[in-house]
Design a protein around this ligand. Structure first.
Ligand code: SAM
Length: 298
């Protein structure tokens, strides 16, 4: 597509002076770079990228003559004034990340906000994003969903975010690195139970792309046998909403005692039965410990 046709399609010439373009690049398959993104990256005057060597290869293949400036999480604050000065001079500026859509667990957000505050237009040239790619092939409800990105590595913050997931009714998307995947699966089992639906998108858009599911327990079994290698996006099914009133206290206790006899801890048993019945974990835990004055018979 030449720039004349591009103008016709978009009804605005690109790249335009003093505009910041947020450009999506492939998450694996280079064929996913859109013709509009290609043209923009060829013609824009400066490109801010996370890793100039990594993106330099893609830009060289495209024949881009743009100057490259590094922009990553360690120099975000110091770089923004320089990038704003370029926009003010009337240069066109693009931001790209190592892969996918800048601003989604990647630098971008602060530059977009600063550019808008300085009065510059910000235009997105949309492209692939691992989160939405994994979601739409997961088969899990996508009408409403949440994005968690990377969970905190440890401490209270991690515990709080995981606990919130146990109660979340919407499908949730999580990013994780290969060497932390098994730890995350273990934590998810502890907090959500092994029956909770989970689909893991591995190496999406690449040669060894696959989807592994359908529950946290099944995914954990798979990755205990097969070492996690590559890039992973987790799509966690929501917590069930429907209570099953047919389960009375004695049924609930039977279910929990059976799990405990099979080796589950009291807390795991309460969690699993909570997942199956929709009854609150706290209620089940109290029931199990016969704190009957705090438990209303159902
Ligand atoms: N901005 C990117 C996007 O739009 O998806 C995300 C960048 S974030 C730093 C990188 C994480 O995205 C990886 O650790 C992984 O969880 C996920 N990811 C990226 N590429 C992926 C792929 N091809 N398959 C599965 N997950 C991927």
């Amino acid at each position: 597509m030449d720039s004349k046709n591009n103008d016709v399609v978009n009804k605005r010439s690109e790249p335009d002076a003093g505009v910041l373009y947020v450009v999506g690049t492939p998450i694996g398959n280079l064929g996913d770079l859109s013709p509009r993104a290609r043209l923009l990256l060829q013609q824009v005057s400066t490109i801010a990228c996370e890793d100039t060597r990594h993106s330099g290869k893609l830009l060289k293949d495209l024949g881009s003559k743009a100057s490259l400036l590094s922009f990553h999480r360690h120099n975000t604050t110091s770089r923004i004034p320089k990038l704003l000065a370029l926009l003010k001079e009337g240069k066109s500026l693009a931001i790209i990340s190592d892969a996918g859509l800048p601003g989604i667990s990647d630098p971008g957000e602060k530059l977009v906000s600063a550019s808008q505050k300085a009065g510059h237009d910000v235009i997105c040239i949309p492209g692939p994003c691992a989160a939405t790619t994994a979601l739409v092939v997961s088969g899990l409800p996508s009408e409403r969903f949440c994005f968690e990105g990377f969970l905190p590595l440890k401490g209270n913050d991690r515990h709080e975010r995981l606990s919130a997931l146990a109660e979340e009714h919407r499908t949730t998307i999580i990013y994780e690195s290969p060497h932390r995947l098994l730890k995350l699966l273990k934590d998810l089992i502890e907090i959500c139970g092994e029956e909770r639906p989970l689909q893991v998108g591995r190496e999406l858009t690449k040669r060894h792309e696959e989807n592994i599911g359908p529950t946290i327990g099944a995914v954990q079994k798979h990755f205990i046998k097969t070492k996690p290698i590559g890039e992973f996006t987790l799509v966690l099914g929501g917590a069930p909403k429907i209570k099953q009133p047919q389960s009375n206290n004695s049924d609930l206790l039977d279910q929990m005692h059976k799990l405990i006899a099979e080796g589950a801890t009291a807390s795991d048993a309460a969690r699993t039965v909570s997942f199956k019945t929709g009854q609150s974990r706290r209620f089940l835990y109290l029931l199990l410990h016969k704190k009957s004055n705090k438990v209303t018979t159902i």
